[in-house]
Ligand binder design. Sequence first.
Ligand code: CMP
Length: 142
Amino acid sequence: MALERTLCILKPDAVEKKKVGAILAKIEDAGFAILALRRVKLSMDVAEGFYAVHRERKFFGELVQFMIRSPVVVAVLEKESAVSAWRTLMGATDPAEADGGTIRKLFGANKGENATHGSDSVENAKTEIAYFFPASEVSPSA
Ligand code: CMP
């Protein structure tokens, strides 16, 4: 196992439902260190750029409109095997298919409004973290 970092986004639905504190508590209880944290309202350009890999998907427009609807919270999480550990804690993309106790099961509504985002690989995590945080804004590991 290796110490990894991953990007976490608390999506507009989670922020609107005032679940930021509850989700961050679950993250810390699961042993992640939060190395950077910022609340931000995404512009259309930033949301489209972040999800550029999905540009050809039929849900792309809906996804971008959702992500700019209201503020999100972006965070850098660190832990052993953080990429897979955060994806496990989030649960399946579709909250209806997510395991009990996962964040998407608890707080997500559907495939689009599913409370959280997590990087899907160590390589993509590096790109996604750099997209939101200059290195100077990411604290050193404890
Ligand atoms: P996320 O991990 O943020 O990465 C891409 C997102 O696309 C994904 O979470 C889902 O929220 C979203 N998504 C996937 N499938 C659909 C869909 N059928 N309709 C709307 N959004 C979707």
